[in-house]
Design a protein around this ligand. Structure first.
Ligand SMILES: Nc1ncnc2c1ncn2[C@@H]1O[C@H](COP(=O)(O)OP(=O)(O)OP(=O)(O)O)[C@@H](O)[C@H]1O
Ligand SMILES: [Mg+2]
Length: 361
C-alpha cells in the first residue's frame, strides 16, 4: 500500500499554478479533458496509437503520451514524467480493467483523485454489498448455494466485466442445466460455477444516477442519470419467442452506449438520499468517504422500489451523456456543467484553498 503521506509530499512539490489533469485515453477521457480545459487546467493523455485520432478530431489534450499498453502506467520513468507535469490522475473504468487493485494501490506513485482505500470495498462483491446494505439501501436478495434458488436469479461470474457469461435461472434444477449448457458451449468454465454469485433478478428498468461527492463543499451533488444500451439483450425482444427458443438465446450485456434519463420527480428525493447515505457510510468505512464521482447501478420495479445492485466509486462512462449539460447539472449550475468539468472545478477549488491533499486519499 502506498503511503498517502508520500503522495502528499509529491503534491507539496508541485507547481500548483501549472496543475494538469491526466487520464488513460478511453472510457470517459473526452469528458474529463474537455472539463479540465474549460476550467483552464492543462491536460495529459496516455493513449494507444490507434486511438490518437480522437484527440486530433477533438483537440482537448495538451500532451499526448503514446503507449503500447496501459500497464506502462506502472513504469517508474513514465510516472516521473507525469509528476514533472504536475499531474493529478483521474481514474475511470479502464484503470481497473487493465490494472489490478493491488497495482493501483501499491505501484502508482502519482497523485490520483479519489479515495484509494475504497477500492478494496468496491472490488469485492461481498464487501460492496455490505457497504450498500449498511447504508440502508435496498439490495436484490443473494443465494449462497444454487440449491436455495427460489426465484429468478442472475448468475454473475467473479471478476467478469460487462456481464460476460452471466445467465439467468429460475430454480436449482434450471441452474445446473443452464450451467452445464454454458460450459459445453465454452462460454464459462467449471471453476466459474464454483465461485458464481447468485443474485435475485429484479424485474424492472435500469437507472444509473451519477453523483459528485465534494469534500471541499461537504456535499453530494446529483449530476446526471443514464441507462445503458446493451448488446445483445436490448435486441432480443425483436426476435419472436419461438425463434428465441429454437436458437437457444443466451443474453449478453456488452455495453455499446448510454441514453440520458430524466426520472419521474417523485423518485428524485429517494435517489438523492441514497447518494448521501452511501457517502456517509463510506466516511465510516474508509474516511473521508467518497471523493469525487460515483454511480449507483439500480433497477426500479413497478411498485417504484429502487434496488441497487452495484456501486462504482469513480466516474462512469454513463456520465458522457451529460457532456455540455444535463437536466440535473443544469438545475444546480445552469448551463455548462458536467462530470469532467465538475472534477476540474473541485481540483481548482481545492488548490485555491490549499486543500489538494484532501481530494487525494
Ligand atoms: N439483480 C439484478 N436484477 C436485474 N438485472 C440485473 C441485476 N444485476 C445485473 N443486472 C443486469 O445485468 C447486466 C450486467 O450486470 P452488471 O452491471 O452487474 O455487470 P458488470 O459485470 O458489473 O458490468 P459493468 O462492469 O459493465 O457494470 C445489466 O444489464 C444489469 O442491468
Ligand atoms: Mg455493473
Amino acid at each position: 500500500m502506498i503511503d498517502i503521506q508520500d503522495i502528499q509530499k509529491i503534491i507539496d512539490k508541485y507547481d500548483q499554478s501549472k496543475l494538469a489533469v491526466c487520464t488513460l485515453g478511453s472510457h470517459s477521457s473526452l469528458n474529463i479533458f474537455k472539463g479540465a480545459k474549460e476550467e483552464g487546467l492543462r491536460t495529459v493523455c496516455i493513449c494507444k496509437e490507434k486511438d490518437a485520432i480522437m484527440y486530433q478530431k477533438y483537440p482537448v489534450v495538451d500532451e499526448l503520451i503514446i503507449v503500447k499498453d496501459f500497464t506502462e502506467l506502472l513504469n517508474e520513468a513514465l510516472q516521473e514524467r507525469l509528476r514533472s507535469l504536475n499531474v493529478i490522475l483521474i481514474p475511470h473504468g479502464s484503470f481497473t480493467a487493465y490494472l489490478s487493485t493491488e497495482q493501483l494501490t501499491s505501484s502508482l506513485k502519482v497523485p490520483m483523485l479519489g479515495n484509494r482505500k475504497l477500492l478494496h470495498w468496491e472490488v469485492n462483491r461481498k464487501s460492496q454489498e455490505e457497504w450498500l446494505h449498511k447504508a440502508g439501501l435496498q439490495l436484490p436478495a443473494t443465494f449462497s448455494s444454487p440449491d436455495d434458488i427460489d426465484c429468478l436469479v442472475i448468475a454473475k461470474l467473479q471478476g467478469a466485466k460487462g456481464g460476460r457469461g452471466y445467465f439467468l435461472a429460475n430454480s436449482a434444477k434450471g441452474f445446473y442445466k443452464k450451467a452445464d449448457e454454458m460450459v459445453k458451449r465454452g462460454l464459462i468454465t467449471r471453476q466459474d460455477i464454483e465461485t458464481v454469485h447468485l443474485q435475485e433478478y429484479v424485474i424492472g428498468v435500469n437507472v444509473y444516477p451519477s453523483y459528485f461527492s465534494s469534500i471541499i463543499n461537504s456535499d453530494v451533488e446529483l449530476l446526471s442519470m443514464d441507462r445503458r444500451y446493451e448488446t445483445a439483450v436490448d435486441s432480443i425482444g425483436k426476435i419472436p419467442a419461438s425463434e428465441q427458443l429454437e436458437i437457444g438465446v443466451i443474453p449478453t450485456y456488452t455495453v455499446v452506449g448510454n441514453f440520458p434519463i430524466v426520472i419521474r420527480e417523485s423518485l428524485l428525493p429517494e435517489i438523492m438520499r441514497m447518494g448521501e447515505a452511501v457517502h456517509k457510510k463510506a466516511m465510516e468505512l474508509a474516511p473521508p468517504g467518497i471523493i469525487g464521482p460515483f454511480c449507483l447501478e439500480t433497477v426500479i420495479t413497478d411498485d417504484l422500489k429502487i434496488y441497487t445492485f452495484e456501486i462504482s466509486a469513480r466516474i462512469v462512462a454513463g456520465t458522457n451523456v451529460g457532456i455540455g449539460t444535463s437536466p440535473y447539472a443544469y438545475l444546480r449550475y445552469g448551463e455548462n456543467m458536467y462530470m469532467g468539468k465538475r472534477i476540474a472545478l473541485e481540483i481548482k477549488n481545492a488548490a485555491k484553498q490549499k486543500q489538494l491533499q484532501n481530494v487525494i486519499a
